[in-house]
Design a protein around this ligand. Structure first.
Ligand SMILES: Nc1ncnc2c1ncn2[C@@H]1O[C@H](COP(=O)(O)OP(=O)(O)OP(=O)(O)O)[C@@H](O)[C@H]1O
Ligand SMILES: [Mg+2]
Length: 290
């Protein structure tokens, strides 16, 4: 009984654009008429503020500290276009496991069957890092999220974080964990960024969901405390987020990625470094096959 709720998790290196991309994705899905919850899993609790005019919301952990019995509804706040916003929160920096907020919040929501009660279509977990510790693995480990997407630029550290996430997915997949939906390529623009990401996904048996350019419209919107979908709905950037949302809404089958061993990944990065250097020194010219 009841419809199937699409539960997805977005991972990626720190500062790569997870929350920006997730919030625009939520906004675009809500525009399509879907009931969406965005679940921030970062102790910084800054996932959902561009859905709420730049305002931060009390976290699940903060609320639990203040009152012993918390109803899930007490920690859900309405954002742009009726999006349900939640921030799991975390301990004070340096105290305890940063993943504790996710574990606690997910447990609370499960017990109270919140996703079903709200009749949600999509739940998006915006998760910090690359499965660094137990708590952050929860969305992919416990059969909560079904599909994982990673946000990556063409920078090596970001690709490295995605490759680590792929390893995490493989580790949990046998036990019924989430599988990979694909890579969201963010901040595209520098020469060869698209080729580098394309090469990485080809080598790891995955696919790019969308290429999102680096755009000043994202900065302008953020400074207004809004997503680009809300602040600049007619912009080309908003259209790209809508395209991503349509693909994710239609996405059915995720699969196990094929992560590279660290030595192979370094070798791969070294080959790209050589190619880009040769290009810069004019040994090959733009447009040549490299
Ligand atoms: N496509 C883009 N064009 C321009 N700026 C962008 C783009 N994507 C993200 N940014 C900017 O990069 C910064 C970091 O983005 P964001 O907070 O979404 O990253 P994050 O991965 O969620 O970071 P954290 O790991 O700290 O949670 C923000 O200032 C955001 O506006
Ligand atoms: Mg974030």
């Amino acid at each position: 009984m009841g419809k199937k709720i699409k539960q997805i998790a977005i991972y990626g290196k720190g500062g790569i654009g997870k929350s920006t991309t997730t919030s625009n994705l939520s906004a675009a899905l809500a525009e399509m008429g879907l009931k969406v919850m965005q679940f921030g899993c970062d102790p910084k609790s800054d996932s959902t503020n561009t859905l709420r005019k730049g305002k931060f919301i009390p976290t699940v952990l903060d609320t639990l500290r203040e009152q012993s019995a918390v109803k899930a509804r007490d920690v859900i706040y309405e954002g742009f276009s009726g999006i349900y916003c939640v921030e799991a929160g975390g301990p004070a920096p340096g105290v305890g496991c940063a993943g504790r907020g996710i574990i606690t919040a997910v447990e609370l929501f499960k017990q109270q069957r919140v996703f079903q009660e709200l009749d949600l279509d999509v739940v998006i977990f915006d998760v910090l890092g690359d499965v660094v510790c137990g708590g952050f693995a929860v969305p992919i480990r416990e059969g909560i999220a079904e599909h994982v997407f990673t946000v990556s630029s063409s920078d090596f550290m970001s690709i490295y974080a995605s490759n680590n996430l792929f390893k995490g997915i493989i580790k949990y997949s046998n036990a019924g964990g989430a599988l990979l939906g694909g890579v969201i390529a963010n901040s595209m623009g520098p020469p060869y960024s698209r080729e580098i990401i394309d090469d990485f996904v080809a080598k790891t048996g995955t696919a790019v969901m969308e290429y999102i350019p680096r755009s000043i419209s994202v900065t302008q919107s953020e400074l207004q405390g809004k997503t680009t979908i809300e602040a600049l709905p007619q912009s080309a950037q908003a259209e790209i987020y809508r395209s991503l949302a349509r693909k994710i809404a239609a996405h059915q089958t995720s699969k196990a990625p094929a992560p590279l061993e660290v030595s192979a990944l370094r070798e791969w990065a070294g080959l790209w470094a050589d190619r880009l250097l040769a290009l810069e020194q004019g040994k090959v010219s733009e447009g040549d096959a490299i």
